[in-house]
Design a protein around this ligand. Structure first.
Ligand SMILES: CC(C)(COP(=O)(O)OP(=O)(O)OC[C@H]1O[C@@H](n2cnc3c(N)ncnc32)[C@H](O)[C@@H]1OP(=O)(O)O)[C@@H](O)C(=O)NCCC(=O)NCCS
Length: 193
């Protein structure tokens, strides 16, 4: 497990790679099934509103991490303030996320890593630079591992989506690759500002 310290607006934050051992520390913030810990939206193609039972969701999430860690390597991290999980990022090759097939602006490219989630659950902690910092961590990790691009579905006109709003990504060097509906596929070549 890797730790490093981020200093944002005098908050001391650590980021911690997700492993089989710390899955219980994924953010929980609202009722099941919307917490990151129990959310299997990307890991399955079941109707999200059908509500997979909690134990089944935990099992699926755990199996997803086991498989993706083995085949891809580090694929998520938690940002912690003291013992509180205040940010979460999850990513991997598009083939690890069956839900991508449902997006009209897809598919994500085979040469890109797909960012499935970038989230700061607490509203009062948004707009302070945590999201930008998480994106930089994802990008530098993937660049170091030899990947050439990162892609995600960002949302137009609302921030309510797994990766967040389009404006956030346009501000951080992404451009729209394909747009068929309110969830355009955006892409950034790694190593470019
Ligand atoms: C999108 C998100 C990850 C961004 O993280 P954040 O910590 O709030 O963003 P930052 O403070 O790092 O912002 C970086 C830049 O992006 C911009 N930005 C952030 N959120 C934005 C938004 N909603 N609309 C437009 N710009 C935005 C900021 O203004 C800032 O620009 P600046 O550097 O010029 O000041 C976070 O706001 C979030 O999780 N939102 C909720 C998304 C959601 O509902 N997800 C559902 C998950 S299931």
């Amino acid at each position: 497990m890797q730790f490093s310290l981020l200093e944002i607006e005098s908050m001391s934050l650590k980021h911690e790679a997700v492993s089989q051992q710390n899955l219980t520390r994924l953010p929980t913030f609202r009722l099941f099934p919307y917490s990151c810990r129990y959310c299997v939206y990307w890991e399955s193609t079941k109707n999200f509103d059908e509500k997979v039972p909690q134990s089944e969701a935990e099992k699926l999430k755990s199996e997803w991490f086991k498989n993706t860690l083995e085949r891809f390597g580090s694929c998520g991290f938690i940002v912690c303030r003291n013992c509180d999980s205040v940010g979460y990022a999850q990513f991997g090759l598009p083939k690890f996320f069956p839900r991508v097939s449902e997006y009209s602006s897809g598919p994500p490219s085979d040469d890109a890593v797909f960012l499935s989630c970038l989230y700061v659950p607490k509203r009062e902690l948004r707009g302070m630079g945590i999201g930008k910092c998480m994106l930089e961590i994802v990008e530098s990790d993937l660049l170091r591992r030899g990947y050439k691009a990162v892609e995600t579905f960002a949302r137009k006109g609302s921030e309510s989506s797994p990766a967040g709003p389009l404006e956030f990504y346009l501000k951080h060097g992404f451009s729209v690759k394909r747009e068929r509906d309110e969830f355009p596929l955006v892409r950034k070549e790694l190593g470019r500002r």
